[in-house]
Design a protein around this ligand. Structure first.
Ligand code: HGY
Ligand code: MN
Ligand code: MN
Length: 411
């Protein structure tokens, strides 16, 4: 079985066909979770799953699981997500789902039957961009968030998650949490510059860094831009600017893996001649070290209190996501590493800066990830690119890894 290889052109064709749904300028995709575009992408992938003869189920938060029911016991699972951010690329998430289908197609065409079922998951709302938290579907899949709570989450544009699932026809009935797979491995683009900078082709991913998402609401007093003296203002936008700068400087001060991002700012009434009444901003703070992440959160909270007092505004904070760093299973990591070497590629152990569904599935079974290079380290950008050769080679590592996982006893 070690000589088996996937059809790279077939994988690329599927990636391009999915990318043709909700294209945006620059060659990427906008397929926010549970939008009509997401539905169209889901429908296409379900069609491909059925073409492969997989038994397809949809669970109560819309996770789609396609199972090739061969062998016996719990399945070896792969998969990822097909929802994107607004400025998404063709490969983020999509590669992991479509490579999983390609693995199954390759085995079927070769007449090779693994000793365990093979499953491919399409997890709902991995990005968390429309409905926070991110990795929502896989979190519910493993029982990390109740179904009721998930269904009541409100989108940034208003609708309730449960209603959107119903609206697009993906309010399934498979209960969550679902039965854990035997093992899970996710193929994903790195979305960062490390592999390319080190001239290493693949990553055997050791884990995922901690993630802290907060929404800060700052309430000031709307006033006239022309008549209100500076000393009398209660301007929330001043606090937005100071907090954004503080986060940036904190990340530089901490160094290492510390990153901070203010990605979304909304101002009300957002008019040129009105001192704003209210502003909301998102704080995305991450570190591989949980203690440092906690320390950063504490420093930020202290700064917000201070600056709010100085500017005479009030603040409130809503936690949108909080996940501690995750360590994958060394046995699975080493299987990934072994097959990358066996297939003649350079590979390095590395943590993931981005969140992934694998970090949730790791709670219930032995899990790891495979990273391919991202050109110029770009992602969450329409120009996101991974070469067809790397896509194909990454899927071949996935194929061999899944076959080995099927024969590995983790008890
Ligand atoms: O935010 C993340 O890291 C992932 O793209 N959801
Ligand atoms: Mn992703
Ligand atoms: Mn992403």
């Amino acid at each position: 079985m070690s000589t088996l290889r996937i059809d790279g052109q077939r994988l690329l064709d599927r990636i391009m066909a999915l990318a043709a749904i909700s294209p945006i300028e620059g060659g990427g995709n906008c397929r926010l979770a549970l939008t009509d575009e997401d539905k169209d992408g889901r429908d296409l992938v379900v069609t491909w799953m059925k073409d492969l003869g997989l038994s397809v189920s949809v669970d109560v938060v819309g996770n789609i699981i396609g199972v090739w029911n061969v062998g016996s016991g719990s399945p070896v699972m792969t998969g990822s997500h097909i929802d994107t951010v607004r400025t998404g690329g063709k490969y983020d998430g999509n590669l992991g789902v479509l490579a999983g289908l390609q693995v199954i197609e390759t085995l079927q065409q070769a007449g090779v039957t693994p000793q365990r079922p093979f499953a491919v998951g399409v997890f709902t709302d991995e990005e968390g961009a429309r409905f926070a938290p991110d990795m929502l579907g896989s979190l519910v899949f493993v029982g990390g968030l109740s179904v009721e709570e998930a269904l009541d989450i409100q989108a940034i544009d208003g609708p309730r998650l449960g209603d959107e699932l119903t609206r697009i026809g993906y309010a399934g009935n498979t209960p969550c949490p679902q039965t854990p797979p035997h093992a899970f491995v996710e193929l994903h683009i790195e979305q960062g510059p490390l592999l390319e900078a080190n001239d290493v082709r693949f990553g055997a991913v050791t884990g995922v860094q901690g993630i802290s998402w907060q929404e800060l609401t700052i309430t000031g007093q709307s006033n006239h831009a022309g008549t209100t003296p500076m000393r009398l203002r209660k301007d929330p936008v001043v606090v937005v600017a100071e907090v954004a700068k503080f986060l940036h400087d904190l990340a530089l001060r901490y160094g290492g893996n510390q990153v901070c991002t203010v990605g979304k700012i909304d101002v009300h009434p957002s008019l040129i001649n009105v001192v704003a009444a209210k502003a909301t901003m998102t704080l995305d703070v991450r570190n591989t070290d949980e203690q440092l992440l906690k320390q950063a959160e504490h420093e930020i909270a202290h700064f917000i209190t201070e600056i709010a007092q100085r500017e005479g505004v009030t603040t409130s904070v809503r936690t949108l996501a909080r996940f501690e760093p995750v360590q994958f299973d060394q046995r699975v990591i080493d299987i990934v590493h072994h097959h990358a070497i066996e297939l003649g590629h350079t590979v390095q152990y590395m943590p993931s800066g981005a969140g992934h569904d694998a970090q949730m599935i790791a709670r219930v079974c032995p899990t790891a990830m495979i990273f391919t290079q991202s050109k110029d380290g770009l992602s969450h950008n329409p120009a996101e690119y991974t070469s067809p050769e790397d896509l194909e080679a990454g899927a071949n590592i996935l194929l061999q890894t899944m076959l080995t996982l099927a024969e590995t006893d983790f008890s």
